[in-house]
Design a binder for this molecule. Structure first.
Ligand code: TLP
Length: 342
């Protein structure tokens, strides 16, 4: 049995989720007749304090629909330099929405509001129009860093003053809420739209939700259909998603504690250093002290029964999740130690 720390996307659905999928009441969701999908969408909208929600297949689809629904071709989108939308979505904003991206270097994933303000375009005919500002929370490439509500609020206020919508890539927004012990609305209130993932820390097999105003969701729904994302008896996958959304949020703190334990162990190993703050469920370790590449280290880990992901350069990412318990962490630590020694 491998200990899979590549991502929190790897969790298998619980028995309760599988049963819920089996028993789900369904209908044709393109006709708006799937009661389980409707319930999931209503639950998400309420939880995040928005008017409406749309069930989508993935985080990427949710983010891209947001860009499509907020922007017009030729717009410019402001976002952090290492954000998932910029770094990991295959160039979709330009390929699909025809927008260009303006990146800002953040600190621990947080953009400085002054930099955001300075990047908003003026009236000049040479300029593209700033169509959207995207925030990411928790911030993946900053090692699961929590972006503070105060920082988001400052950016949201200046965006409002300039009539620019704000979208949150909240793939792991509930991890951020769990880390600060605050309601998720402390984050979502500082936005026009939010994308949340059900199949990361929350453990559902598939799906994300895009939330926002009724008018925004109407436009996003049309884009979803246009892209072939209109699903029929989707209650089958919405039912486990509903369990994820209602029952799995409260246990995210366990993943964070496990991450702390893993980070502590790794930082005591010669040749390895933990380079992120470990606020949630991710550890980013630098392996340059071992004089090998991150790819080589990941291979060594594999031979010890541990899966981790390379994170660029000499960095390796470990992610804790629902399928990892304290015992796995202990085993992982002894395997990592072995891999670092050989
Ligand atoms: N992240 C995945 C990989 O794509 C890197 C991972 O293993 O962390 N926003 C954020 C912040 C994400 O971390 C991810 C997935 C997404 C969006 C996209 O979600 P999916 O994979 O459902 O399209």
């Amino acid at each position: 049995m491998m200990i899979d720390l590549r991502s929190d996307t790897v969790t298998k659905p619980t028995e309760e989720m599988r049963k819920a999928a089996y028993q789900a009441e369904v209908g044709d969701d393109v006709y708006g007749e799937d009661p389980t999908v409707k319930k999931l969408e209503e639950t998400a909208a309420e939880l995040l304090g928005k008017q409406a929600a749309l069930f989508v297949t993935s985080g990427t689809q949710g983010n891209q629909l947001a860009i499509l629904a907020h922007c017009r071709p030729g717009n410019e989108v402001i976002l952090e330099e290492e954000s998932h939308i910029f770094y990991y979505e295959s160039g979709a904003p330009s390929a699909l929405a025809g927008v260009q991206l303006r990146t800002i270097k953040g600190e621990n994933g947080a953009m400085n509001p002054a930099d955001v303000l300075a990047s908003i375009r003026g009236e000049d005919q040479h300029y593209p129009e700033t169509g959207l500002i995207c925030l990411e929370n928790t911030h993946n490439r900053a090692g699961g860093a929590v972006i503070q509500p105060s920082n988001m609020k400052e950016i949201f206020m200046l965006a409002k003053e300039n009539n620019i919508p704000v979208h949150i890539d909240g793939a792991r927004l509930f991890n951020a809420a769990a880390a600060l012990g605050c309601p998720v609305t402390d984050f979502s209130n500082n936005s026009d739209s939010v994308q949340i993932c059900l199949s990361k820390g929350l453990g559902a097999p598939v799906g994300s939700l895009l939330v926002g105003s009724e008018e925004f969701i109407r436009r996003a729904r049309k884009w979803r259909k246009r892209l072939g994302g209109g699903l029929r008896q989707a209650g089958i996958i919405a039912a486990p998603g509903l369990i994820a959304l209602t029952k799995m949020r409260d246990r995210l703190g366990e993943d964070h504690l496990n991450a702390q334990q893993l980070a502590e162990g790794i930082s005591n190993m010669p040749g390895l250093s933990v380079v992120n703050k470990v606020e949630t469920n991710m550890i980013v370790a630098d392996v340059s002290g071992l004089n090998i590449t991150s790819d080589q280290f990941v291979e060594k880990l594999k031979s010890q029964g541990i899966l981790a992901g390379t994170f660029g350069g000499s960095r390796v990412r470990f992610v804790t999740h629902f399928d990892i318990n304290t015992k796995d962490i202990e085993m992982a630590l002894s395997g990592i130690k072995q891999a670092a020694q050989k």
